[in-house]
Every structure is written in structure tokens, then in C-alpha cells.
Design a binder for this molecule. Structure first.
Ligand code: SF4
Length: 320
């Protein structure tokens, strides 16, 4: 069979399902190539099957005619829809990979040309699901309300220098310790790209995280009402790790259900605890230009400005 692939978002991140589909088809003797409208379109012979994968719902769909006998669409971009500022999950559009494809070692080579750095990096999930059910996040409805182990590290890692994990909440998984030891033993640079749930931090977890090779560890403080839980956890992690703001980032979700005063309080608190805050704006496209939330984001997320200008009221956004 002749198989075509379309990475609809085409962002600077490899599409894991497409890499697994490529590996599976190649193992079965099929030829796999990126779909190119000029090269594969009419009047050329149609491809036998084209897979389209889309990660983000806000990305426009593929605009060109697809010359194929069969087309299969998958990914969060096709099953999550934004309506009235909320994410709606369409289960009927959520196409899951068969287990034999989900567990295959990804064919990273399809991205060698587009992203040469991928030769040194492995991408994947050790766990899926999250028990938190945050209103602004689709993970619990899409992947389940429990964080469960879905793979061992060697499913998608074969000695690369870097490992990028996409797990939504690995610390909520009952097998976290075994997985952390796999990450320590890899001696690779670990990037928990989706962050670590600080509310579930323990001294034992912190000790093991500091045994990993980590350039920067990310946390989130999304709900203001978690203040009394997260502050002692942040203090404990900082004391055990000895890291400072250059190595610890905390995402702060604004424009969801907090006041501006609560946003500022989180920013100042995080900085005082020795971490680097990073403002994330919920539903950003609906925030008017000139709104102080956008100024807050510009002040906080520019590390040089944030470290030299101590107070938000002293920040001159017109000069920034
Ligand atoms: S903790 Fe993170 S992954 Fe889990 S539901 Fe909330 S935002 Fe999503």
C-alpha cells in the first residue's frame, strides 16, 4: 500500500500518532510518505490511504484536496471543540490507535528533515489520564479520570540524549516510582513538558526528581484556592532540590476564574518562593488589546524585564 501522512498543525513538535502509524505500516511492507498536493494530487494515481492528524482545535483544517482512496482523521484537534469559551469533547471523533500501533516504537525518521534535532530526542507518554478534572482541560474526559501507566520508557526511547514527556499528571499514577527510576536510569535530559502536579509532591518524589537530569522543571498554580496547599509544597521542593528560579517555572493561569488581585498575588508569591512565574491567559483571543492582563503577561513572561522591574505598577508596557 502507498500511505500518505498529513501533520495538519505542522507546529514545531513531532506528531506521535503519525510516527507510530508510519512505523506500523513500514513494518507491514507499505511505503509511507508525507502527502504533497502537487506531487500526489489529481491526476496522479490516488494513494491507498492518507492519515491526517491535528493536535489543536484552533488550527484550520487542511485546505487542499486529498487524492486518496481512504482518509482517516484523528487527534485532539478533531475531537475537541471550543464553544462559548469552553472545550467540548466529541467522543465520536476520537479515533484511538489499535494497541499494536499505540505500543510500537515511533518512526522518528519521518521528521529528520523537518526537525533535525529530533535525532537526539525521544517523545512519548508513560501515563495517560488525570484525576483533577479541571474545567479548562479536556484530559480527564478524553483520557480518563485516573492516571494510569501505559508504557515503559523503552517503548519510545532507545538511548537518545533527551526525553520529552507528554504525560498530563505522572505524579498521580500509582506506578510513579517505577517510572521515575526508569527516567533516572536513562541518564537522559528529561523534560516534563506538561508540568508536574505540585499538590501531589512528597519528599520522596522531590528526592527522585532531583536525581534526574533536568534543565527546567515546570509546575502550575491554576486555582487560587489551592494557596494553602501549594505554598508548603513549593517550599519543600525548593529546599530539597536546592534549585532556584533559573530552573523552576510555575505556570499561572489567568482569565479563567481569578481576580486580577489574585493573579498578582500568585505572581509575587511564586517569585518570593524562588520560582519563576509564567502567565498563561485562558481564552486569550477574547481579551481586548490594552487589557491589563496582557500587560501582566508581558511583564512577567519577559524574564529580563521581570527581574529588573520589581512591581507591576512600575512596569511601563508602552516601552516594553
Ligand atoms: S491537573 Fe493538569 S492535566 Fe489534570 S485536569 Fe488539571 S490541567 Fe488537566
Amino acid at each position: 500500500m502507498r500511505i500518505g501522512l498529513i501533520d495538519v498543525d505542522g507546529h514545531n513538535f513531532p506528531n506521535i500518532p503519525l510516527m507510530k502509524l508510519s512505523a506500523w505500516h513500514k513494518r507491514n511492507g507499505d511505503s509511507v510518505e508525507w502527502y504533497k498536493p502537487l506531487f500526489h494530487g489529481f491526476p496522479n494515481e490516488p494513494l491507498d490511504k492518507v492519515y491526517m492528524s491535528k493536535v489543536f482545535s484552533f488550527t484550520p483544517d487542511y485546505p487542499y484536496y486529498i487524492n486518496a482512496r481512504e482518509i482517516s482523521k484523528g487527534g485532539s484537534g478533531y475531537c475537541i471543540e471550543w464553544m462559548g469559551g469552553k472545550e467540548i469533547y466529541h467522543i465520536e471523533n476520537d479515533i484511538k490507535l489499535a494497541k499494536e500501533i499505540e505500543t510500537i516504537y515511533p518512526d522518528y525518521s519521518i521528521y529528520y528533515e523537518k526537525m533535525p534535532e529530533i535525532r537526539d530526542t525521544a517523545y512519548g507518554f508513560l501515563t495517560r489520564g488525570c484525576p483533577r478534572c479541571c474545567n479548562f482541560c479536556h484530559v480527564a474526559s478524553k483520557e480518563g479520570k485516573c492516571s494510569v501507566k501505559v508504557a515503559d520508557l523503552d517503548t519510545f526511547w532507545q538511548g537518545q540524549k533527551n526525553i520529552v514527556l507528554l504525560d498530563p499528571n505522572i505524579t498521580a499514577c500509582k506506578d510513579w516510582k517505577e517510572l521515575f527510576h526508569q527516567l533516572i536510569d536513562s541518564k537522559a535530559w528529561i523534560d516534563f513538558s506538561q508540568g508536574i502536579d505540585i499538590r501531589l509532591m512528597t519528599e520522596e518524589k522531590a528526592e527522585l526528581i532531583t536525581q534526574m537530569k533536568i534543565k527546567n522543571v515546570h509546575f502550575a498554580w491554576d486555582k487560587y484556592e489551592d494557596k494553602d496547599i501549594v505554598i508548603p509544597k513549593f517550599k519543600m521542593f525548593q529546599e530539597i532540590s536546592g534549585y532556584d528560579h533559573r530552573k523552576m517555572t510555575v505556570y499561572i493561569l489567568c482569565n479563567f476564574n481569578t481576580t486580577f488581585e489574585q493573579d498578582l498575588d500568585r505572581v509575587y508569591t511564586i517569585r518570593a518562593l524562588g520560582y519563576n512565574p509564567y502567565v498563561m491567559l485562558y481564552n486569550k483571543k477574547n481579551i481586548p488589546q490594552g487589557d491589563k492582563l496582557k500587560h501582566l503577561q508581558r511583564w512577567v513572561n519577559n524574564r529580563i524585564i521581570f527581574r529588573t522591574c520589581g512591581k507591576f505598577e512600575d512596569f511601563d508596557y508602552k516601552k516594553a
